[in-house]
Design a protein around this ligand. Structure first.
Ligand code: AP5
Length: 229
């Protein structure tokens, strides 16, 4: 299957894409992770991308598309989930030229929760691992939905369970940068929902419970989609 996982910053795109990779063997392709890797390796693309990423702004299309194409060629298969791409209507049009997408997973979550989760996020400093953790503890009702999101800490504080590298906070998880990322999401990325509505199936998830529960619900929905296609 070829899927897009879509939602605002901090919605959980990376977390659920990692689970789908582990549980269903669907390869995760995160343009954010790919760009952070370029930054860490100090490549030309990384140097240019960092200027935008540190401010919470979108990296120019041509750079993002170059890293995405390189990754698609590297993995060379048709079973993937795009996390963080497309982010603009023009990126979606480019993607349409490259391939046909089977469905869009839409994560619906209130802004108040996002901001708390982003402040509590810790990631693995090894760009080839990119595991995600969280130290925030959320237990509150918003509207009619009860959000119970306990922390997702590593077994040993500050150390990645998977590869043993130190955990870090992302440079763009500072409060002023988070504000800008949310603004950019509303202006440039949310219009993508109108672009895709009616074109491809939407699979909607409300992540109001620990990820293991949310992922079970999501996998059931994806299996139904697979049966239909
Ligand atoms: P990117 O890395 O894509 O960032 P983002 O879209 O802002 O999304 P995040 O990674 O912040 O959040 P997420 O939804 O993956 O949430 P997560 O799973 O970590 O992009 C970064 C930058 O790169 C952009 O600002 C831009 O500059 C550039 N860029 C990337 N792609 C681009 C493109 N296509 N075009 C142009 N520029 C591009 O979850 C958040 C936290 O919540 C985690 O700590 C997680 O552990 C926790 N959590 C999740 N679910 C639960 C749960 N159920 N219970 C408890 N905790 C949970």
């Amino acid at each position: 299957m070829k899927l897009i996982i879509f939602g605002p910053p901090g919605a959980g795109k990376g977390t659920y894409a990692n689970f789908l990779q582990e549980r269903m063997g669907i390869q995760k392709i995160s343009t954010g992770d790919l760009l952070r890797k370029e930054v860490k390796e100090g490549t030309q693309i990384g140097k240019k991308a960092k200027e935008y990423m540190d401010k919470g702004q979108l990296v120019p299309d041509e750079l993002v598309i170059e890293v995405l194409k390189k990754e698609l060629e590297r993995i060379g298969k048709d079973n993937f989930i795009l996390d963080g791409f497309p982010r603009t209507v023009s990126q979606a049009q480019k993607l349409d030229e490259m391939t046909k997408i089977d469905g869009l997973i839409l994560i619906r979550i209130p802004e108040e929760i996002l901001v708390e989760k982003l402040a509590g996020r810790r990631i693995c400093s090894n760009p080839n691992c990119a595991a995600i953790y969280n130290v925030a503890s959320i237990d509150k009702k918003i509207g009619r939905v009860h959000y119970y999101l306990p922390p997702m800490p590593p077994k040993k504080e500050g150390v990645c369970d998977k590869c043993g590298s130190p955990l870090i906070q992302r440079d763009d998880d500072k409060p002023e940068v988070i504000k800008e990322r949310l603004k950019v999401y509303k202006k440039d990325s949310r219009p993508l929902l109108s672009y895709y509505r009616g074109k491809i199936p939407f699979i909607i998830i409300v992540p109001n419970r620990p990820p293991e529960e949310v992922i079970d619900r999501l996998i059931k929905k994806l299996e139904k989609l697979k049966e239909k296609s």
